[in-house]
Every structure is written in C-alpha cells, then in structure tokens.
Design a protein around this ligand. Sequence first.
Ligand SMILES: [Fe+2]
Ligand SMILES: [Fe+2]
Length: 235
Amino acid sequence: MRIAALADLHFTAAAYEGIRTSLERVRDEADLLVLAGDLTNYGKTTEMEPLLNVLVRLRLPIVAVLGNHDYESGQHEELMKMMTDEGIKVLDGTAYERDGVGFAGTKGFIGGFGRGVLTAFGEPEIKRIVQATLDETLKLERAMSQLRTEKRVVVLHYSPVVGTVQGEPAEIYPYLGTSRFGEVVDRHGANVVFHGHAHHGGREGKTVGGIPVYNVALHLLQTQDPPAAYRLFEV
Ligand SMILES: [Fe+2]
Ligand SMILES: [Fe+2]
C-alpha cells in the first residue's frame, strides 16, 4: 500500500485553491491519505466544510486524527462527525484495517522526552496534566492492541520522539509531544509512525526501538528541496 501523509493543513477558506491544487495528484501516487491533525486553524465547522469539499473530491480513502487546533473552538465532536459522515476514518484511540494494513491513531499530548518527561508529583494541577497524557497513551495502547495485521501504521498529532522536534526552540520541546507514546509504539510494534505539530522540527526520527517516525507537518514538506505536499511511504 502506498500511503501519502501530511499534517497541519491549518485550513482556512483563503487556502482553498492552494490546498486543492497541491493534492491534485495524490490519487495517482497513493492508495490512501493520512492526515495527522491540525486540519483546521481554529477548529471551526465553517473551516471543516470547505476542507471536506476538497477531501471528498480526492476519491481516496482517508485516515485522520485531530490536532490541538481542531479542539480550539470546542467543536471537535462536530468536526469528527462531519468527517465520519463523509467516509473519513477518524482515529481517536481506535484502529482501522484496510487491505491488510492496520492503522492505530490518537491525538497524543504534551509531556516532554526521555529524562525530561513530566511526572505526577506535587501540585494537583501537574498531576492533572500528567493524567491527561497517560489517558491519551492508554488510548493508543487500546488502539494498537486491536490490530491483527502484520503491517501497522501509527498516526499521532504530537510527536512520540525527540528526534522530530529538533529544530524547534528547545524551550518548547515538552509542549510538542512526549516519548511516553514512543514507548507504547515500541511495545506493540509498527512499521512507521506519522505525526505533525512540530512545524519547524525534524523530518525523520526513530523510536528507541528503531521504528521510523516521520514528521509530516506541511510547513516542513513545503520547505524541503524539492518541496512536497505530502510524504509518500510504502508499507
Ligand atoms: Fe499545527
Ligand atoms: Fe498542533
């Protein structure tokens, strides 16, 4: 299966023509499109409507997770329903199998990497943040344990490894993801992980267990040489 992956469209009506043109050929190059969150800019249904207009015309299976921007207006449930109604598989701690390839996805969350991982110590406010991260890792755990396929693709919005946030200011690394998700991926095994969110991070990384991780934030794809609208991967 040829997969095209991208993230961080941050779609607004003004971007309609540009996005439509950049996705024109995706159907010739891929069998499935992965959208790794931040589909909209402010998480509004009025942004999702024209974006869906572009996406349904691709006539390609689409697997997506939401990103933090898609939560901004408190309309994330409506966004998920709109997408689901158009046949898009929105993964939120869930799994999907197609043509022998398993997809497990969830948004992910913040928390930092390696020795810098935020732990549940001290104030209740800190414990709540850590709990939110742990709840989200459990969702990925559940999604991955549902997969029965040998080929597995993980879709997140936040980064599961530090390698693909490098390039961003070090001060904000902990807000770009957490290696707690990398641990879950390694425990279950996967062929590849796609994520976004770190618009100025690195394009490629690896989990501790050696699983390739690709940051497919649109800004990164557009600034590579030659520029691309999505990253292609064969699984
Ligand atoms: Fe983004
Ligand atoms: Fe984001």
